[in-house]
Structure formats: structure tokens, C-alpha cells
Design a protein around this ligand. Structure first.
Ligand code: COA
Length: 460
């Protein structure tokens, strides 16, 4: 049975910090943020919003747009790493909010859990729900997978410039109108790491930034190797002698903690895939230096302990990214997926899927015929695990994509002053005070001081 995505909705908070203001306030070179990291604006959640509100707003949008009633939904999964309760799942909060609109008990039949594994958990939720559909358990109902996060780092930390907030809801069915996932090729990798984690009671994560960057690349590469084995054995892709499986993937969507990480990951995966192909020789001649080789045993620790290797390797990567071969692939397969990330920032679990929406919309606007194109996904979550999988865009995708408009999601946002941003970041305002009133959205109105119960309303 086929399984895939029918539609994707996005909810972006209406407040943002501009890198111009941020760079000046933190005395950071704006070129580092814009050119180095690929960040222009970061969406910021208002005082009356939490990740459950963002998730409910994205879910409500997709249900309205597709004229779906709760009775049509068999599963509602929420994936997040911004959870505010150790036991009660975010789904319950979202169901409570949606039932304010659809009526009490309307979701009573629906199942689902909150999933956690840093930024990769949405991909696990997606995979599990696709398999629920493939197993024939859905009984003509939809599954909703919602990824929602507020990426918040300590003030003054190096991660602070990679923040953002938002939610993406994906409507899944056995007759998908947008993208059908390839069965039996999803690949995973996992290991116990401390690159990024948020212990109980902490509002912000403990981050080893460069370590997490490197782990991201290594874990995705491991998952790609397994994906490759699976696509070759299932004959989904049969590359010729001077070909790589990446030649058969028309679009790539990578996890985007910041947009430049997608570009970096593309360069790394191409190196991994191309270095044994005949084309590598002429590319090395163009680059003008040999590819640096990590000292045996090439573990993450030996790599990080060798600044000379890291320096040479970054130089090699930079030169590779300047070649026509790389630029051509970057423009064709990746660049459109980065546009939204540049203007919205880091959405943790949702960043990969915001990238998918960005890619579909901006490629469609270019007039490219996307029907039948294969999309590859590289999902990464710190801690750490990666997933690599793929899908094919449907014949009728244009009906769905032509109704999408990220520009309108991003317009009419309010640029925060740094003082306002810091006030929001410190959580110093009472809940009754927020920058915006949240019209036409679910908002948080109260967190009970004695028992932590939360109250939400839909502001019509
Ligand atoms: N002009 C252009 N580029 C510049 C620049 C300038 N003036 N100054 C710096 N840069 C480039 C650097 O060369 C680097 O590029 P590279 O990655 O291609 O080498 C990039 O900007 C970032 O600079 P760097 O010095 O590495 O930044 P940093 O050490 O301050 O931290 C992160 C960057 C991402 C590690 C940090 O923001 C962080 O910890 N983020 C949170 C964790 C995260 O996002 N992890 C990702 C994996 S999930």
C-alpha cells in the first residue's frame, strides 16, 4: 500500500529578530551570520505562545485547508524537543485546543504520542505513521504528524544566533497527493553522544556546537551508507559504473539548524559518494589540493583533537564548494530548501520539513515540473541519531503546492528590538502581557502557579 504526504502546513510566530540588530548588539560580524551561517532573521515565540500553541495552530491550518474533521483523523503525533511536561504528552494539549473549535470529545477515538529524539524525532514519527498506513491499520483515516519547537539557547552563547520557532503539520494518507515515500529503504544510525542535550529543569540546552556539527555529518553519512545498501538491494536505484545514488536523487532536504549547514552537509555527502568514482580525479585537479585524510582511527575525538586536519579539511570543503560541479548540484538539488530557513531560523524537529515545503514551493515557482522527482531526506538529531529516506513527488502535486505560500506566512511579522527580544527570552513578562494579541490563533492564557495546569483559548 502507498503511503505519503497529502499536504504540509506551517505556522510561524509573527515576531522576529533581524540579524542586523542581533549582530550589532552582540558585536558579531554580520557576515558571519548571513554568509557564514546563512541566517537573516529568526522567528521568536511571543509571551503567550508555547510549542503546544504553535503545534495546534499548524494542525488547525491543515485541517481547515483540507476540510478535515477530527473523525477523519486516526492518529495525531507531536514531535518536539521543547517539551514542558515530563509525563503529559503535548498531543493532549493540542487535542484540548482543537476541541475548543471542533467540539468536546471530537478527537476521543484518536491515538498518538509525543516523540523525542532531538531534531530527528519527527522523522521517526513520520516513519511509524507511514507504516501504520502501509499495514492497512488506518481504515481510510489520516495520520497527522506535527513537528513543533522553540529553538532557544542561552543569551550570549554561540548557539544564540541559531534560534527560531515554528511548527509544521503533515497530513499522511494511503492516497497521497504530494509525495509518496519509497518503502523498505529508510535507514537509521544511532550512538550515545553528548553533543547537545537539555537536562530536566533546564530551559536551554547544553551544546558542544562544533562537535554537533561533525556528528551530524558522520551520523547522516552512516545512515546514507545503509540507505545505499537498501536501494541497491531493492533495485530502487541502479547506478552505472561512474554514477552515485545521489545522481538519482533530484532534490535533497537536510536537517537545517541554520541554512549553511545544509550546504556543508551536501558537500560532505558528495565527497563521500564521489571519491571512489572516476569523476573525482578531474575534480581534485580543479580543487588543486588532495583531500585531507583523517589520522587512523578517524574517530570524532581524533578529528576534533587535530586542528591541522580540521583547518585543511575546511579549506578543501571551501574549494570544493567553489567548483562548477558543486554549484550546479547545490542550485538544482538544495538551494530552494534553504530559503525559508534563512528567514525563519532554526525549528529543531520542524526544520527538515520546513525545508521540504520551501523546496516544493520555490521550485514550483521557478516553473520546474516536479512530477516523478525523487526527494532524499537527511534527518539528524543530537544525542544522536540520523535517518535517511526518500520519496517521489506525485503527478498531481501542483494542485497542492499552488495553494502554498510561505511568503504570506512570513509577511506582516513584527521586527523586535533587542530589548523586547531579551525580555521575551528571559520570560520576565506576566502571561497577560504579550507583544501581539494572537488574533485567529490559539494562545496560552494561564499557567497555574500551584499545579502548572495550562489554559489556552482560540482568539477568533
Ligand atoms: N564572513 C563569512 N563567514 C564567516 C565569517 C565572516 N566574517 N566569520 C565566520 N564565518 C564562517 C566560518 O568560517 C564558519 O563557516 P564553516 O562552517 O564553513 O567553517 C561559520 O561562519 C560559522 O563560524 P564558526 O566560527 O564555526 O561559528 P561558531 O563557532 O561561533 O559556532 C555553531 C557556530 C553553529 C557551532 C554555533 O552557532 C552553535 O553551537 N549552534 C548550536 C548547535 C548547532 O546548531 N549544531 C548543528 C548541528 S545539529
Amino acid at each position: 500500500m502507498a503511503a505519503g504526504i497529502d499536504d504540509i502546513s506551517v505556522y510561524i510566530p509573527k515576531l522576529y529578530v533581524d540579524t542586523e540588530d542581533f549582530a550589532q548588539a552582540r558585536d558579531v560580524d554580520i557576515d558571519k551570520m548571513r554568509k557564514g551561517l546563512g541566517i537573516y532573521q529568526m522567528a521568536i515565540a511571543d509571551n503567550n505562545q508555547d510549542p503546544a500553541c504553535l503545534a495546534a495552530n499548524a494542525t488547525y491550518k491543515i485541517m481547515k485547508r483540507n476540510d478535515i474533521h477530527p473523525k477523519d483523523v486516526g492518529r495525531l503525533y507531536i514531535s518536539t524537543e521543547s517539551s514542558f511536561d515530563e509525563s503529559k504528552a503535548m498531543n493532549a494539549y493540542v487535542v484540548g485546543m482543537l476541541e475548543q473549535v471542533y467540539g468536546p470529545g471530537t478527537f476521543g477515538h484518536c491515538g498518538g504520542v509525543e516523540t523525542k529524539f532531538a531534531c530527528v524525532s519527527g522523522s521517526y514519527a513520520l516513519y511509524d505513521n507511514l507504516n501504520w498506513i502501509r499495514a492497512g491499520e488506518a481504515d481510510s483515516q489520516y495520520a497527522l504528524v506535527v513537528v513543533s519547537d522553540i529553538a532557544k539557547y542561552d543569551l550570549g552563547s554561540s548557539g544564540e544566533m541559531t534560534q527560531g520557532a515554528g511548527a509544521v503539520a503533515m497530513l499522511l494518507s494511503d492516497d497521497p497527493h504530494l509525495l509518496t515515500f519509497d518503502p523498505k529503504v529508510t535507514a537509521t544510525s544511532i550512538s550515545d553522544e553528548y553533543d547537545f542535550y537539555r537536562p530536566f529543569g533546564k530551559d536551554t540546552p547544553i551544546v558542544h556546537g562544533q562537535y554537533s556539527n561533525l556528528l551530524y555529518l558522520l551520523q547522516v553519512r552512516k545512515a546514507l551508507d545503509l540507505y545505499k545498501k537498501k536501494v541497491l538491494s531493492t533495485k530502487l536505484i541502479t547506478p552505472g559504473p561512474d554514477e552515485s545514488i545521489l545522481d538519482y536523487i533530484d532534490y535533497l532536504n537536510m536537517h537545517l539548524p541554520y541554512s549553511a549547514m545544509g550546504r556543508k552537509a551536501l558537500a560532505y555527502l558528495l565527497r563521500h559518494e564521489w571519491r571512489h568514482l572516476p569523476r573525482w580525479k578531474s575534480l581534485i585537479e580543479k580543487i588543486g589540493m588532495a583531500e585531507p585524510v583523517a589520522q587512523h582511527p578517524g574517530t570524532i575525538e581524533t578529528i576534533l583533537a587535530n586542528p591541522e586536519f580540521i583547518k585543511d579539511d575546511s579549506k578543501f570543503n571551501r574549494l570544493l564548494m567553489e567548483t562548477d560541479e558543486f554549484i550546479d548540484i547545490y542550485e538544482k538539488k538544495l538551494s530552494s530548501s534553504l530559503i525559508a530557513s534563512k528567514m525563519i531560523g532554526n525549528l529543531y524537529t520542524a526544520s527538515l520539513y520546513l525545508g521540504l515545503r520551501s523546496s516544493l514551493e520555490y521550485e514550483h515557482r521557478k516553473g520546474v515540473d516536479l512530477a516523478g522527482k525523487r526527494v532524499g531526506f537527511g534527518s539528524y538529531g543530537s544525542g544522536s541519531s540520523a535517518m535517511v529516506f526518500s520519496g517521489v513527488i506525485t503527478e498531481e502535486y501542483a494542485d497542492v503546492v499552488s495553494k502554498m505560500n510561505l511568503d504570506s506566512e512570513m509577511k506582516n511579522r513584527r521586527r523586535l528590538t533587542l530589548d523586547e527580544y531579551e525580555l521575551l527570552h528571559r520570560g520576565q513578562m506576566p502571561l497577560t502581557e504579550s507583544i501581539l494579541s494572537g488574533d485567529g490563533e490559539f494562545i496560552l492564557t494561564d499557567v497555574n502557579k500551584s499545579n502548572s495546569e495550562r489554559q489556552y483559548v482560540f482568539k477568533s
